[in-house]
Design a binder for this molecule. Structure first.
Ligand SMILES: [Zn+2]
Length: 222
């Protein structure tokens, strides 16, 4: 089974992708992993990627398509895959449709996971990260008391940086979240509608607990 999953930041795409991979037994293909893998392989393509990334530049659509072609052609991908974080634009969606036709592959399910902006802002804004162990947690889980100790590693202080262990990442501030949501609605949703012309697409309600959401996904995949 081949699946494409799309969704704005904070909708729980990571958690759900992990669950789908476990349940359906397909390989998880994320663009971040592809880039890292390619660099590690030391191939010609990998060297190109390394140069671009160390220069702080973005990998072009053309190069990304080459990398995806390479990844989807590998033996472990022939038994099914979950593509996560790609395509993000209408251009990338058309390129993907073309590539899959060339490879003789198709998409069985496009899953668009979404939730109201208000809910996503609430979730991400309440997210705090531990400087020591990198775990993230939600403030709402602590009630009205502001947490001092990380519940995962027990630290209150990051001794190396002499700062409190728990903090809110700049990415998780309301303005940044709203901007990332807008990019998703303006750039990535049009990509989803292009895919819908070719493959079955289901919109999944991302509201509720992770279990409730994965129940909805399961009923679509069955
Ligand atoms: Zn911690």
């Amino acid at each position: 089974m081949n699946i494409v999953i799309m969704g704005p930041p904070g909708v729980g795409k990571g958690t759900q992708s992990h669950g789908i991979v476990q349940a359906v037994g397909v390989v998880h293909i994320s663009t971040g992993d592809i880039l890292r893998m390619s660099v590690r392989s030391g191939s010609e393509l990998g060297k190109k990627v390394y140069d671009i990334m160390t220069a702080g530049d973005l990998v072009s659509d053309e190069l990304m398509m080459e990398l995806i072609r390479e990844r989807l052609s590998r033996e472990d991908a022939l038994g099914g895959w979950l593509l996560d974080g790609f395509p993000r634009t209408a251009f990338q969606a058309s390129a993907l449709i073309e590539l899959l036709a060339e490879l003789g592959q198709t998409v069985d399910h496009v899953l668009v996971l979404d939730a109201p902006a208000k809910e996503i802002v609430r979730r991400l804004e309440g997210r705090i990260t531990c400087r020591v162990c990198n775990e993230t947690m939600n403030l709402t889980g602590f009630g009205s008391v502001k947490p001092v100790f990380c519940p995962f590693c027990g630290c209150a202080q990051d001794a190396e940086r002499s700062k409190p262990a728990l903090y809110q990442r700049a990415d998780d501030k309301e303005e940044t979240i709203r901007h990332r949501l807008e990019v998703f609605r303006k750039k990535t949703l049009p990509a989803a509608w292009l895919l819908e012309d070719k493959y079955p697409l289901s919109e999944i309600d991302g509201l509720g607990t992770p279990d409730e959401v994965s129940q909805r996904i399961r009923s679509v995949l069955e």
